[in-house]
Design a protein around this ligand. Structure first.
Ligand SMILES: Nc1ncnc2c1ncn2[C@@H]1O[C@H](COP(=O)(O)OP(=O)(O)OP(=O)(O)O)[C@@H](O)[C@H]1O
Ligand SMILES: [Mg+2]
Length: 278
């Protein structure tokens, strides 16, 4: 048994990428959802995973986290197996995969993010409760703390799950379409929040669908469609041609023109809008 963990985990791997995937293959029934995929996310960076519906984006994340079994592939978080650094990794699943009838308040859901750190039996003290409320405040959901999660709107539910990830105080945040169903102001506010996290040394990986905002929100992008199409800095990888390749040629000339225009006029400056009250 390794008795030096977790301290060694925190100090020995500062130069390791937050996530490294090599040769990941995942099959459902007989079809490959992912075939021999490689991926790296450097620490303290903003990373997007982009591809069409069914490209395997959620599968990539779930297989990396051990939620979905893999046929093959080596996966390391901060240079180590997930089991040794699990507390450092926060995950916000795709909305459609969450059971919203779960009987818990927004406060409870966020508090769950702290159980790994505090344990189920340790008493909750005032600083812990304040941290939960602060995380809810950061996503503009402070006044909904006592509302049942099933009684929130889709976008509000999504924000609560982002708050839960914040409460976990992780080093790597993996979010599967965090902006789905969120209004524009809140999207920009959460994007700003994620940028701030990356600025403090945290790593953010988002599955992201809005092609127009990729250059604005992210430093690095992976274009995925069952296989790796391209991976690298947004400014060099995220070209209309490569995006079209990832989408299997399905983007219309109009969509491509819009993407060209968006790429030409978008700056890489993060959004600065504060979180709006809902
Ligand atoms: N539990 C499952 N059983 C069988 N097939 C599945 C399962 N989950 C996903 N698939 C299939 O695997 C492929 C990849 O699915 P995945 O959910 O990873 O795609 P995605 O890129 O996240 O798509 P979306 O943009 O729609 O969220 C799809 O063809 C999907 O139908
Ligand atoms: Mg998905």
């Amino acid at each position: 048994m390794d008795t030096t963990w977790p301290d060694a985990a925190y100090h020995a791997d500062t130069m390791e990428p937050a996530l490294t995937i090599h040769g990941l293959t995942v099959c459902y029934a007989s079809a490959s959802a992912l075939f021999s995929v490689d991926y790296t996310a450097a620490t303290a960076s903003m990373n997007a995973i982009v591809g069409p519906n069914g490209a395997g984006k959620s599968t990539l994340i779930k297989a990396a986290l051990g939620i979905t079994p893999r046929v093959s592939g080596d996966i390391l978080f901060f240079g180590q197996p997930l089991s040794r650094v699990r507390a450092r990794v926060a995950y916000v699943p795709q909305r459609a995969s969450i059971d919203w009838h779960f009987p818990a308040t927004a406060y409870d859901v966020v508090a769950m993010g702290m159980y790994r750190e505090l344990g189920w039996l340790r008493p909750w003290r005032r600083p812990h409760r304040l941290r939960v409320l602060s995380c809810l405040d950061q996503v503009g959901m402070g006044r909904f703390a006592s509302r049942q999660i099933g009684q929130l709107s889709g976008g509000q539910q999504q924000r609560v799950f982002v708050a839960r990830a914040l409460a976990q105080n992780a080093d790597l945040f993996i979010l599967d379409e965090p902006f789905a169903g969120i209004d524009a102001a809140t999207e920009r506010a959460i994007a700003t929040l994620l940028h701030r996290l990356a600025g403090t040394g945290k790593t953010v990986i988002c599955v992201h669908h809005d092609l127009a905002t990729v250059p604005e929100y992210f430093d690095f992008v992976m274009l995925l469609n069952v296989r790796n199409i391209a991976i690298g800095p947004v400014r060099t990888i995220f070209t209309p041609e490569k995006v079209q390749e990832a989408y299997g040629g399905q983007l219309t000339p109009g969509q491509l023109d819009r993407l060209r225009r968006d790429l030409a006029c978008r700056s890489v400056t993060p959004a600065t809008t504060p979180v709006a009250a809902p």
